[in-house]
Design a protein around this ligand. Sequence first.
Ligand code: SF4
Length: 450
Amino acid sequence: MKRSVLEERRASISDERGDGKGRGICCEKESVSGAVSQRACVYCGARVVLNPITDAYHIVHGPIGCASYTWDIRGSLTSGAETYRNSFSTDLRETDIVFGGEKKLEAAIDELMEKASPPPKLIFVFATCIVGVIGDDVDAVCGAAEAKYGIRVIPVKAPGFSGTKMHGYRLACDAIMTLIKPHADAPHVFGVNILGDYNLAGEMWIIKNYLEEIGIPVVSTVTGDSSYEALTRAPSATLNIVQCAGSSAYLAERMEAEFGIPYIKVSFFGVEDTTASLLRAADALDRPDISANARAFAERRAAEVMPIIEKYRPRLHGKRAAIFVGGGFKAISLIRQFNELGMETVVVGTQTGKKDEYEIIAELVGDGAVILDDANPAELERFMLEKQADILVGGVKERPLAYKLGMAFCDHNHERKHPLAGFEGIENFVKEIHTSINSPVWGYVKGDAA
Ligand code: SF4
C-alpha cells in the first residue's frame, strides 16, 4: 500500500486477493489514534439505538456539544409520541467539571418531572466523555430519581473514549434489557419483534406491513417507532428478526439467552435479500402456510419491481460504485443491488463490520476491489480516485467528500427522507443512483461538458 495509508492501518485495508481480502482483515478493533476515523463515538452508538424510542426523554449529561447529536440528524419517524424529537442536556461547564455534575443532573431530572409534558415515564441519561473522566455517580442519581418519582430512569454510561461505536450499541442494548427484563414473565404470543430498524422514512412500517400481510404479527418494533409500552411486550414474542445486525445482534443474543427467544438476521434492501428475508422469517416460525404466503408475496412484488430495474440497468451498466456504511450487512445488500444493476463495486468499507461479514463481501466483489474497515477520508479519497468510482454510497459524513471530488453520491444513512428498504425502496434506490450518477453536473465539475 502506498501513501495515504498509515502503517498501523494496513491490516484493516485489503486490495488484493489472498489472505488479506476479507479473510483475516483486521476489524472490531478500536480506531487508530490520529487516523481521523469516519466512525462515530461510543455515545453516538448508544444514542442511535435508543433515540427512536418515541416517548422517552433523553438527557445528555455532558457538555452541550454532545447534545448536538439529535433527532434532526437521525430522522426516524413516529406514529405516536414526538417526545424523542427534543433533546435535553445538563450543559456541564468548567466549574461542574471541577466540583462535579451530579447536582446538575438531579436538577435536570427534577425540572423535567416538574415541567415536561407529557409527564416522563422513561428517561435515558447518557453520560458522555467528561463525566467518564470526573466520575459522577450517575447510577446513584438515576436510582434515586427512580425511587423518588416511580418511573424508569436508566443510565447509559457512554464516554466517547471508552471503546468503539459498537460498544455504544451494546450499552444501548443493555439499557433496553434493563427496561424489559421486569416483563420477562409475560405469556408468549405468536409473532415477531423487529430489531435494528430505525424507521427511517417509514421503513419500519413497510417491513411491518409485509410481515402482517403474509400472516406474521409484529409484537414489538424495538428500535424504530418504538415506545415504552411496546418495549414491555417484547419478551413475549416468538422470534426476533434483526435488520441491522451490527447494532442489535447483541440484544437478540441476550433475549435468546435470557427469554428463550430465537433470532434470525435479515436485510430488506434489494430484491434478493428482501425475498430471502421474508422466506427465512416465515420458515423460522415453522408455519408452512406462512412460508407459502411469503413466497407468493415476494414473487408478486419482485415481478412488479423488475421492469424498473430492467429500465435503468442499461444506463447504469458498467458504472463503478464505492460503499462506506455503518454495518457489514447493509454493505452486502448494496453490493448485491449493484450486481443486479450490472455495476461493479470497486471500494467497500464499513464502520463496524465483522469478520464473517467481510468474508461474504470478499466473495461478492471483484478481484480488484478494495475492502476497508473503519476508514478515514484520506483512504476513501485515495481508493475512490484510484479505482475511478462513479458514485459513493454513504452517510452524512461522506457526502461532502464525494461532492468535493466531483463524484455522485447516494445517502443511505439516517438523514434521508425517502425509504430505500423493501420493494418500494428498490424503486427509489435505482432511480436515485441513476439520477445522481448520470447527472450532467459531473461533466461540468470535471470540465468535460461544454
Ligand atoms: S467523543 Fe465524547 S465529547 Fe465527543 S460527542 Fe462523543 S461523548 Fe461527546
